[in-house]
Design a protein around this ligand. Sequence first.
Ligand code: ADP
Ligand code: MG
Length: 343
Amino acid sequence: MSVTKELIVVKDLHKNFGDLEVLKGIDQTIHQGEVVSIIGPSGSGKSTFLRCLNLLEKPSSGQIIFEGIDIAAENVDIDTHRKKIGMIFQHFNVFPHLTVLENITITPILELKTPKAQAEKEAIELLKKVGLEDKKDEYPRKLSGGQKQRVAIARALSNNPKVLLSDEATSALDPDATESILKLLRDLNKRLGITIILITHEMSVIKSIANRVAVMENGKVVEEGDVYDIFANPKEEITKKFINSSSALSNITKLIENKTIIPTDSKLVKLTFTRDSVGSATISKISREYNVDVNILLANVDVINADALGGIIASIEGAKENVQRAIDFLHESNVKVEVIHHA
Ligand code: ADP
Ligand code: MG
């Protein structure tokens, strides 16, 4: 899906609850067809931001320009706007006393359809889109979490929305169900061109589906960018914390703390190999050309948007000036070098 046209432009968005300032000036441009992921600590304002986009919360000030119209302004027709947006949540929000089909036909848009058979026909089309047509007569209690979330997604699609907002929609699901819901969301994004804005604390979700990440802290977006770039080169402490939480390489800290690995008089480094890094022979090359011993302690490859991002924790041993020359060479080869422990 090519991402070019601006769909939502948020300018200096503020939201207060009484004296509490929860959103402190958010600026964001969301393009048609994008999958944007929002991460950040609990209480940083992520849900409030999403609820403002949906006008479930009224912004205190600022603009939300949706297809050219400022929906944060007074006198906006909220219902017209809401039709362009679907939303899904962690706890599914399906009606337990209604069958799967009834859960769909009761949505505001289908409820008005006549005759009833027409509403049911459209509901079944929606269930087909989420792969649940064979469950149409079941009650939610008979469904798995992933299937309930599919019902919720079908409901959210009933308006034929431009945007799907997801607030931790996979957080209550096991890894298999998470993967199948992500596959469905990817598919809806590709096939129907639906723009997706999703809040998650699962880095694996971001790696598998998002094009862009926005990191929120204390009511502001503190860092944002292309997913690969953010994972390869996080700048803010909070971003590093989130990224490291998902990386096998962060185990090095534990291994050192537990004295499983005892740094000796060698230099301990973290090397990050991005798509711009030169070839895989870099390690053998530095040992050969600079006469240093490179001992790999931990290694990991992430696949982000189908691109590889590699990481290695290694000790580099040798004469001081040789170690430095080896590190300089790594820099020149676009390998990011972070020193964990100095010799
Ligand atoms: P996040 O989704 O990042 O965890 P939220 O947007 O839910 O954060 O909440 C941000 C802050 O706003 C929190 O301090 C929360 O207590 C407060 N808050 C959220 N909704 C309301 C509300 N309706 N009334 C008062 N305070 C609220
Ligand atoms: Mg939240």
